[in-house]
Design a protein around this ligand. Structure first.
Ligand SMILES: Nc1ncnc2c1ncn2[C@@H]1O[C@H](COP(=O)(O)OP(=O)(O)O)[C@@H](O)[C@H]1O
Ligand SMILES: [Mg+2]
Length: 243
């Protein structure tokens, strides 16, 4: 079930105290915070019967990161982004491969007939597809569905009701700074004084709550003065954020 978990634990945590780090922290290494949600996902992953989970929340709240971590770490996982995905794509894939964990990003943008196919699998454990000339093919499957979307209101109600729905709130300023700092230290090995300055400037000067803006600046930052300069240039020429 878990592809690389133990390898990753050894390589990443080999020299650290392991006692206070649960397996979910190692599994979802790229997600900062949300330890309870990580734990819940782990419970569902190892559960005998599928429990489907839907993450909702504003842009840049780590929904996609959650799904991609699972795509990378789990065997028999299939990740798809519903934007631009075509119907036969998903259903066809499920027919032709043994998928246990279906990871659906932007599920609210999934076509209604795909949503109906998923609903059917959740209901009956049977995937079915009616082809031209009324021919039907069917496949029995036990499928866990982990999905994400900014809004859940566009899902057909019976599908929505079959998910355990978890809503991620927009980050507070303190959370924003904390996530920024931990993420930038881990990814770009930047010092706390620099990461805090980036977080502070993006939030207060650029009026953005998007961690992606933080990452763009961090990639070009070598020193504290780089931060101010990069933010100034962004302020001068960048796209204005809505207040
Ligand atoms: N809690 C977090 N832990 C790690 N990265 C985060 C977190 N929140 C936001 N990010 C970063 O913000 C960016 C957007 O996250 P993403 O998962 O794509 O957001 P969305 O919720 O829109 O799918 C990514 O680069 C991601 O690394
Ligand atoms: Mg996303």
């Amino acid at each position: 079930m878990f592809k690389n978990l133990f390898k990753k634990i050894d390589s990443v945590f080999g020299i650290q105290e392991e006692s206070d780090i649960g397996p979910e922290e190692k599994f979802f290494f790229d997600v900062v915070g949300y330890s309870d949600i990580k734990k819940l996902f782990m419970k569902s992953i190892v559960s005998k019967e599928p429990v489907h989970i839907l993450l909702t929340g504003p842009p840049a709240s780590s929904k996609t990161v959650f799904l991609l971590e699972m795509a990378e770490e789990l065997n028999d996982a299939y990740y798809l982004d519903s934007v631009g995905a075509s119907g036969p794509g998903m259903v066809g894939h499920l027919f032709e491969n043994d998928t246990k964990y279906l990871l659906v990003d932007e599920i609210d943008k999934m076509k209604k007939n795909d949503q109906a196919a998923l609903l059917n699998v959740m209901e009956t454990g049977i995937l079915s597809e009616t082809k031209l000339k009324g021919k039907t093919r069917q496949k029995k499957m036990k499928l866990w569905i982990f999905a994400a979307s900014n809004e859940a209101t566009r899902l057909i109600p019976p599908l929505r009701s079959r998910f355990m729905e978890l809503h991620l709130e927009e980050y507070s300023f303190d959370e924003f700074i904390e996530i920024t700092s931990r993420l930038l230290k881990k990814r770009y090995h930047l010092e706390r004084i620099i990461t805090e300055r980036i977080g502070y400037s993006v939030w207060n000067k650029m009026k953005s709550k998007d961690i992606r803006d933080v990452i763009k600046i961090a990639k070009l930052t070598r020193s504290l003065s780089d931060v101010d300069w990069l933010v100034d240039v962004q302020m001068k020429y960048g796209r204005r954020k809505d207040p």
